[in-house]
Ligand binder design. Structure first.
Ligand code: FES
Length: 105
C-alpha cells in the first residue's frame, strides 16, 4: 500500500503530517512539528501517552499493560511510540493531572 497516512493533531496549531504506512511516529514527530513528546521511545516511560482516533492495529500486550496503568479510563489511549500507523489518525496528547489521572491537553 503506497497511500500516505495523514497524522493530524486536532485542538492544536500543528498542521497535519503525511507519512508512509508503518513508519514509526517517534522517528518523525518532534517538538517542532507535533504536540507529542517522547522519552524512552520503547514503550516503558509513558511520556508519549496520547489519545488516538483512527483505524490502526490494536495495542499489543506490553503496551496494553502500560495503558491500563497510565490511563485506564481513557478510551483510545495509546503510546505514540508503539503505534503502527496504517491509516489516517487524529492524535491528542494526554497529560497527567494533579490527581494522577490523564486529561486531554
Ligand atoms: S516514549 Fe516512552 S513510552 Fe513512548
Amino acid at each position: 500500500m503506497s497511500d500516505l497516512c495523514i497524522i493530524s493533531f486536532p485542538g492544536s496549531d500543528y498542521p497535519p503530517i503525511n507519512l508512509q504506512p508503518h513508519q514509526n511516529l517517534s522517528e518523525y514527530l518532534t517538538i517542532k512539528n507535533s504536540p507529542v513528546l517522547f522519552g524512552c521511545r520503547t514503550g516503558i516511560c509513558g511520556t508519549c501517552l496520547v489519545e488516538v482516533i483512527g483505524d490502526i492495529p490494536a495495542a499489543k500486550a506490553d503496551e496494553k499493560e502500560m495503558l491500563d496503568t497510565l490511563a485506564p479510563n481513557v478510551e483510545n489511549a495509546r503510546l505514540a511510540c508503539q503505534i503502527d500507523v496504517t491509516a489516517n489518525v487524529e492524535i491528542r496528547r494526554l497529560e497527567n493531572s494533579k490527581d494522577n489521572s490523564y486529561n486531554k491537553v
